[in-house]
Design a protein around this ligand. Structure first.
Ligand code: HEC
Length: 145
């Protein structure tokens, strides 16, 4: 009896899973973010390496804040995430105005963070950091490569 039940149970579980799991909703086809049309291009891989640098800049900022090194945290925010000439031209290089605006607003929020960090006020700095991170989230939920 047991030997018979086991494969039966398995079949029921698998077919139940296939019918009811919402996995197919997460495939790339259902991704309705706006595309920049740069997936797999040189420009695309440059963007991704730039993004990974953004990620490590955030980690560096938090690390410095946790070590009470607010001036160092401020320098990282300004130099690695602030609105430099190269960041500005990178954001404008995809021929998409709303992407450019979102990017520029994000980099300005990083400059504001750099200023706030100079005050060495932990609470205010965390609020400014939250704004920066919301800029990452907003763009990622709007655009894809
Ligand atoms: C103005 C838009 C914009 C902003 C702001 C932005 N990103 Fe991105 N990021 C993108 C796009 C577009 C991609 C590609 C996503 C895709 O195609 O699915 C990306 C991809 C990434 C990736 C994936 C890298 C890889 O190698 O696959 C990381 C990590 C990342 N971003 C981190 C960040 C962090 C951290 C911030 C904020 C500090 C940030 N990004 C801000 C647009 C943005």
């Amino acid at each position: 009896m047991f030997k018979l039940m086991l494969p039966l149970m398995f079949t029921i579980c698998v077919s139940f899973g296939a019918d009811h799991m919402p996995m197919h909703n997460m495939s790339q086809d259902d991704d309705d973010r706006l595309s920049l049309g740069i997936k797999g291009t040189m420009q695309g891989s440059h963007q991704l390496s730039n993004m990974r640098a953004h990620m490590s800049a955030l980690a560096e900022i938090v690390k410095h804040m946790n070590s009470n090194e607010y001036d160092e945290a401020s320098a990282v925010a300004k130099e690695k995430l602030g609105l430099t000439v190269s960041m500005n031209s990178m954001c404008g290089s995809f021929g998409n105005k709303s992407f450019e605006m979102m990017g520029v607003t994000f980099h300005k929020s990083a400059d504001a963070l750099a200023q706030t960090l100079k005050t060495k006020d932990q609470k205010k700095s965390m609020i400014a950091l939250e704004k920066v991170m919301n800029g990452c989230v907003l763009c990622h939920s709007t655009f894809k490569q």
